[in-house]
Write a protein that binds this ligand. Sequence first.
Ligand code: NAP
Length: 594
Amino acid sequence: MSDATRIVGLEEHVVLPVLLEAWTLAGVPQISQLGYGDEPFAQRLRDVSDRRLADMDDQGIDVQVLSLATPGVQNLSTEDSVTVAREANDALAEIVDGNPERFQALAAIPTPAPEAAAEELERAVTQLGFRGAMLYGRTGDTLADAPEFDHLYATAERLRVPLHFHPQTPVPAVMEAYYSGLGRTGRGLATAGLGGYYDLGVQYLRMIFSGVFDRHPELQVIAGHWGEVVLFYVDHTGILASSANLERPLVDYFRENFWVTGSGTVSERYLRWTSEVVGTDRMMYSTDYPYTYATSPDGYAFLDTSNGVGRTFLEQAPFTEEEKAAIGSGNWEQLTGHVVASHAERSVPLRVRPADTSPHLKSSILITGANKGLGREAARRLLASGHDVWIGARDPERGREAAEALGARYVAIDVTDDASVAQAAEEVAAATGGTLDVLINNAGIPSTYGLDVADVTASEVEAVYAVNVFGAVRTFHAFLPLLRRAPNGVVVNVSSGLGSHAVTSDPERIESTFQQPGYTSSKAALNMLTAQWAAALPGLRINSVDPGYTATEFNGHSGPQTVQEGTDAIVTMATIGPDGPTGTFADRHGTVGW
Ligand code: NAP
């Protein structure tokens, strides 16, 4: 194998201060295997600089794809898992940014909150540039094939990023029934010896048999430990394919939906068997650092990748040079290279620190026009992240229905009416103690569709401005005292690419094909309000966002984007921290020209 062949290790663990803090609060045992204390092993797990790089050089590994040690955030409470995952991913992104030649990362995913899990995956991939995520099998008693994870799996499928699964300790009943009575050896047998691999392997089979891959045929899973035992029994278990009504023979799921690595178990027997079952074009590489670093009790030969073994094991594999290069890094690039390319295309990535980085902080957020469309979806997403959301709507019936369905609060607000807006501000102030953290000026109406420019009258434009411009001014004015009292007041003005001269004059953009003087100029005016307010009020973060052309009632559902995509920029700008931007105009890909 050529010296230049890159080896990327996909299962290389780390623990971060935020994770240790959260685990401590959750009562997790403070043992060195989880990164507590001063033993060299725990120090290795925590280190993300010189010591780790020296160990990688010693192993012969070029790049580590960092992931949290098991079980990541999957043993935290619903609320904490969301905030800790987000904070951990931001920290991982910073580590990668500091040394992109040697580090990549797999995102932490808050599976205790399945909807927020899908959102965090999307944020990690589209905004932080992660190439996939690391999951840890069960979440409490809920196994990986549970239907509540369908949205997460659909999101991974849509983003075309793999989900790496990692074993964790089996549930207490299994521990007791199968591994008790053997003392320390029993605990080892239940976890890193064998039990954790069976536990995860059975969950892979459950995912296949329950139809996860039939519903998500493009979903790609990375399995470590040479296929978590079940790969070795596939010629036997395959007999269940017909009783499970599988759409394909069992082995085809492993060949089409799985990628297999060895996790630092340097056994050539396993390597050969894996290549026979799934082929070298479905194999990748990992060392399970630091769990297989300098760990060879009594000279045991199969679990130590130090002293160059991480590299020589692959170099001496019985494959062609091309196959070894593919396993080392080529297959990984082929699977995930598109994420790097699309991330690099973004001029200014929306990488901003979310305001809610503490497990116990939540923002109060008012969204106008939130009974349907983008406002309602933004409300759903922000609620899923643990925030306190007010659905603002002019129609009480529609507003209450949306608030009840989502578990939000409702406030009546017609943005064209002084008394209604003043009353809404009073109501919110009374409930929050006089503050509001985030105002999202989302209510908006379109121009009359199909009207010839020559027939556009002042009253037609006035009607559009009444909501899109004066409505935003009225709401901002009434809520400004509340925003000023918040520790980190944020305003998001939901504008449009149609309000940007840069966008509408670009013949490549669909926005250049619309001529609607009323609507386009109303959003241009809203952008200038953003710029003026931001310049005058440096204590607040005030930004315009363009959702992009999105299927809602607004356009007869003609937009190509989903409401989830359409709310990416809104949600991101609503959750920026005190060091976030102000006076900017952004869409889900980055900066928009004025
Ligand atoms: P939508 O589904 O039509 O929702 C608009 C919302 O605004 C509705 O809740 C509507 O309430 C509310 N609204 C209208 N007039 C109001 C008033 N006087 N007071 C309070 N609320 C009022 O449209 P959407 O697509 O979600 O659009 C949301 C925002 O995104 C708008 O500002 C729009 O300009 C902007 N935008 C949309 C797209 C897109 O492609 N969809 C693209 C760029 C920008 P009712 O249900 O009572 O009418």
